[in-house]
Structures are given as structure tokens and as C-alpha cells.
Design a binder for this molecule. Structure first.
Ligand SMILES: C[C@H](O)[C@H](O)[C@H]1CNC2=NC(N)=NC(=O)C2=N1
Length: 101
């Protein structure tokens, strides 16, 4: 599926539907806090599974009780595309099941 860079306005409109996510330079980002380091680790594994399914991968960081993502689309030179928002929405869905805030 070919993807194109989104305009600033398109990014802002889509971000309005994704509380907690923001644009940091040319990347979509969000950090989550979890109840324990083990819970955070399980969420990382779950996100990795989704990313492989979508063939779209964030920079994914496991901290102490935290999980952070930062993503853009390499194939269009590191711009934000629909693929980044698709991943963000999938992560939001699974985050609830991990008790991530
Ligand atoms: C060959 C493979 O389809 C590409 O390298 C995929 C893998 N994961 C990816 N992840 C991200 N974030 N952007 C991409 O363009 C991308 N491309």
C-alpha cells in the first residue's frame, strides 16, 4: 500500500482523536506508565507483535514501569503518514488491556 506524507493540518486533525499522543519534530510519540516493570515488558512484546503484523515499527523503549514509542515512516523519508496513525490507534487499543496510563 503506497503511503504519502500527511500535511500539518491532517496530522493535527488526527492527533485530536489520540489523547496522549503528540508530534515531536517529525515523529508521533507517546509514553505510557504501567503498574510494574514486568507489565511494561509484556506490553512491549504485545506492541512488537502488532508492529510485525502491520510491518510498521516504532522506536520502542522499555523503561522502569514505562513504555515509550516514537514513530514515523522510513519509506517516505521519515514523514508522518496514515501508517503511523494506524499503529498509534492499535497501540491505544491494546494499552487499555495492559492497564497502561
Ligand atoms: C521492507 C519493509 O516493508 C519496510 O522496511 C518497513 C518495515 N517497517 C517500517 N517501519 C516504519 N516505521 N517505516 C517504514 O517505512 C517501514 N518499512
Amino acid at each position: 500500500m503506497p503511503v504519502e506524507p500527511l500535511s500539518q493540518k491532517e496530522i493535527e486533525d488526527r492527533l485530536a482523536e489520540l489523547p496522549g499522543w503528540s508530534l515531536d519534530g517529525d515523529r508521533l510519540t507517546r509514553s505510557y506508565r504501567l503498574a510494574s516493570h514486568f507489565a511494561a515488558t509484556a506490553m512491549v512484546v504485545h506492541i512488537a507483535q502488532v508492529q510485525d503484523k502491520l510491518n510498521h515499527h516504532s522506536d520502542l523503549t522499555l523503561g522502569y514501569n514505562t513504555v515509550s514509542l516514537s514513530v514515523n515512516t522510513h519509506s517516505v523519508g521519515g514523514a508522518v503518514t496514515e501508517m503511523d496513525f494506524k499503529l498509534a490507534h492499535r497501540v491505544e487499543e491494546l494499552a487499555a488491556g495492559h492497564g497502561a496510563k
